[in-house]
Design a protein around this ligand. Structure first.
Ligand SMILES: Nc1ncnc2c1ncn2[C@@H]1O[C@H](COP(=O)(O)OP(=O)(O)OP(=O)(O)O)[C@@H](O)[C@H]1O
Length: 230
């Protein structure tokens, strides 16, 4: 379980996070949905310990955090497959190749260095690295940006499996309202500055029952008439 209580964070006079609170349980996905620059990535950085809050409290009872950064952060001196392997509790190349195939990556792709991959390929490698690690809390910052619809669906399906089989908890940042309703148990709609929660949308339908029709209907129900950020 993760609990954030009354977090404040500022850079010089610029208040970025103001009195932000949230709780996350095992197997739960909560999404931070808000305009660019409102402080979503900063909250992920606070949770991971990369930044320290000026005040407020973070209680993290999860064992291991996996962080999928917007910019992937693969190690350029290792091949793609090695980048994944070093985060696996029990390295297993066949398992990597099998899962990679499901998202359109061949063994030849995985034997390349990150600088030899396209942006979308590097994104998928970083995603596999997180999925095959033994993290029990995943921080996902725009994990599907730059991927076509079909690949996006396949990655989402893999993530859903992992959440259901291993009880993975996720804090997701996305600008895509369809992604948000497909994957979240709760969506927090945020204001332009300071991470003020304007509305919380609770979605109780099991993830395995959410299809394209559910996405369309739910987006219409909650997002119609709103300013969209994607
Ligand atoms: N290293 C930094 N130095 C100064 N200001 C920063 C720094 N990092 C972030 N900020 C500021 O903090 C605010 C929040 O940034 P953050 O990246 O958390 O927003 P975000 O909601 O994740 O945005 P996006 O959706 O565009 O990724 C922004 O106004 C940004 O200018």
């Amino acid at each position: 379980m993760l609990t954030l209580s009354h977090l404040h964070f500022a850079i010089l006079q610029d208040v970025i996070v103001q009195d932000f609170s949230l709780a996350l349980q095992q197997g739960e996905i909560k999404t931070l949905f808000g305009p660019s620059g409102c402080g979503k990535t900063t909250v992920l950085r606070l949770v991971s310990g990369l930044d320290k809050p000026k005040s407020g409290k973070i209680i993290n009872q999860f064992n291991k955090i996996g962080f999928l950064f917007q910019e992937n952060r693969l190690l350029n001196n290792l091949t793609a497959v090695k980048n994944i392997e070093i985060f696996m509790p029990t390295p297993d190349r066949q398992k990597i190749y099998a899962l990679a195939e499901e998202i359109g990556l061949t063994p030849a792709d995985l034997n390349k260095y990150p600088t030899e991959l396209s942006g979308g390929m590097a994104k998928r490698v970083a995603f596999l690295r997180l999925l095959l690690s033994d993290c029990d809390l995943a921080l996902l910052d725009e994990p599907f940006v730059g991927l076509d619809r079909d690949l996006r669906q396949r990655l989402i399906a893999l993530l859903q499996q992992r959440i259901e089989q291993k009880n993975l908890a996720c804090l997701l940042v996305t600008h895509d309202r369809f992604e948000a309703v497909r994957l979240s148990h709760e969506i927090l709609l945020l204001s332009e500055k300071g991470m003020q929660i304007q509305q919380s949308i609770i979605l109780n339908t099991p993830l395995s029952l959410r299809d394209n029709q559910y996405e369309e209907k739910t987006v219409k129900q909650y997002f119609q008439g709103r300013v969209y950020y994607d």
